[in-house]
Design a protein around this ligand. Structure first.
Ligand code: ATP
Ligand code: MG
Length: 332
């Protein structure tokens, strides 16, 4: 059976970008068509300055939101990364397979390390080695496909290179994975800065729609989205990134095509109004379900416990095999 793995970092509240770029596809397609594992990758939230209590809270919230979005524990495996030691065990072997040059070339490292330095902070070593842990997250399950937003494609390609390199050198231990992106909204842009990706950990929140935002807040954020000079509604990602972003969001929420939708609107105001309502349509059931699940934390705990147990069982033999393959003496 085909195996799918993907994850989300508890580095902030989940956004519309996370949902449209990744989670929705996990819910609507991936969990139905393969053995799918989804993970709240909490260790990755420690790569930048973090508040322990907040990370713990966000981890639970992310798991709850994934269930509220429609991940079904009968169909897929949902767990927390730090509950399965095999990820970090394998991560070390990935660090021994990758080169420092490869890590430094990662766009996300360049951007996030620049942001940390600009804020006067120092850069944690784990921010640089993050893709080794992410490769381990993927490879430890013999994953074939990794459904992610466009921004994560480079990391999945690195995981692919590492799997191939490891296999060539030590024997065929790992399945070689590939990234899959959604057709529309693989890259939802910030509503205030449509040339940069909407990201849950960004400090400026006016351009970010969070899945748990109140309806009025969502409306306000969408209505105040930065649009381009001009008045004509055209779908042109380079010349009109703000308008194109709204069209992408609307298309994604309504299963339409951005080019076709562009012809339906003669003003930016109308486009924004329709986009806000389409987003609310998507968020309403999700928020209702989230509220129900918050009232039943032991249900969420149970799902995560069972998920971690299954994940451990799948991961263990492959890590043992990898350890033996590189020359580590198996315990007697
Ligand atoms: P951070 O700012 O901390 O990196 P993030 O919003 O980028 O947070 P991640 O946990 O890094 O979220 O990514 C979770 C999933 O959501 C990944 O598959 C990623 O590609 C996808 N994703 C994140 N942001 C967007 C976006 N703006 N558009 C489409 N997909 C996105
Ligand atoms: Mg990210």
């Amino acid at each position: 059976e085909r195996r799918i793995f993907s994850g989300v970092k508890p580095s902030g509240h989940l956004t519309l970008g996370n949902y449209l770029g990744a989670v929705r596809r996990w819910v609507q397609e991936d969990q139905h068509r393969a053995d799918a594992l989804f993970c709240v990758v909490d260790l990755h939230a420690l790569t930048v300055e973090h508040d322990p209590a907040r990370v713990r809270r966000l981890t639970r919230q992310a798991a709850t939101l994934l269930l509220a979005s429609g991940l079904d524990p009968e169909l897929c495996t949902l767990f927390v990364q730090s509950h399965v030691d095999e990820h970090t065990r394998l991560s070390y072997l990935m660090e021994c397979t990758a080169t420092d040059g490869e890590m430094r070339r990662m766009i996300q490292y360049k951007e996030k390390s620049a942001r940390e330095r600009a804020g006067g902070g120092s850069v944690r070593l784990s921010l640089l080695t993050y893709p080794a842990l992410m490769a381990a997250d993927i490879l430890v399950y013999g994953t074939h496909e990794v459904p992610v937003g466009e921004d994560q494609t480079q990391h999945v390609e690195l995981a692919r290179d590492l799997a191939q390199r490891f296999n060539q050198r030590y024997g065929p231990v790992f399945t070689v994975p590939r990234a899959v992106n959604p057709r529309v909204s693989a890259r939802v842009m910030d509503l205030q800065d449509p040339t940069s990706k909407m990201g849950k950990s960004h400090a400026e929140t006016a351009g970010i729609v969070y899945l748990l935002d109140e309806p009025d807040v969502v409306r306000k954020k969408v209505m105040r989205a930065v649009t381009d000079s001009g008045t004509e509604v055209r779908y042109d990602r380079t010349e009109q990134p703000g308008v194109a972003n709204l069209l992408d969001i609307l298309a994604s929420c309504t299963d339409g095509k951005p080019e076709v939708l562009a012809e339906e609107f003669s003003s930016y105001g109308a486009l924004k109004g329709a986009t806000a309502e389409a987003v609310l349509e998507v968020l309403r059931p999700l928020q209702a379900r989230h509220a129900e699940l918050c009232a039943d934390p032991s249900y969420v705990d149970g799902v995560l416990r069972a998920g971690a147990e299954r994940a451990r069982g799948l991961a263990r033999p492959r890590v043992d095999e990898a350890y033996a393959a590189v020359g580590l003496l198996p315990p007697a």
